[in-house]
Design a protein around this ligand. Structure first.
Ligand SMILES: [Zn+2]
Length: 126
């Protein structure tokens, strides 16, 4: 498990998320009571504690809230907090991109891919 997937662990509550990810679809949990999306996926809405939540496919669009480039790694890589178009902010990696072109506020797009053997919702510069 990578640090990116710790909060997601594979258990029954998140199984629909993993199944969809394997099919190339990125799902978010939305709350029907307060109308907000949250990350990571939970059965109970973290904003209003309603259990009336549902899975919806996310747009896959986001912007970089903050980032850090790991330059000492054998192959430098970027960790970022990305704010999704639907509202939630998530920790992820920026992949398949020029690391020097990463900017706070920059647009990114979902790029589902593997990291440390786990298929994860990663992002690339849009
Ligand atoms: Zn809610």
């Amino acid at each position: 498990m990578s640090i990116l997937s710790d909060a997601l662990e594979h258990h029954p509550e998140t199984q629909p998320f993993w199944s969809a990810l394997g099919e190339g679809r990125f799902l978010l949990k939305h709350c029907r009571a307060c109308g907000r999306a949250h990350w990571y996926p939970r059965a109970i809405c973290p904003f209003c504690t309603s259990a009336d939540t549902e899975w919806r496919e996310a747009s896959g669009d986001g912007t970089i809230y903050s980032y850090s480039i790991m330059r000492k790694a054998k192959e430098p890589y970027a960790i970022a907090y990305v704010t999704l178009a639907e509202g939630p902010t998530m920790m992820t990696n920026i992949v398949d991109s020029d690391l020097e072109a990463i900017r706070i506020g920059g647009s990114v797009r979902i790029a589902i891919g593997k990291r440390d053997e786990d298929l994860l919702p990663l992002f690339r510069l849009a």
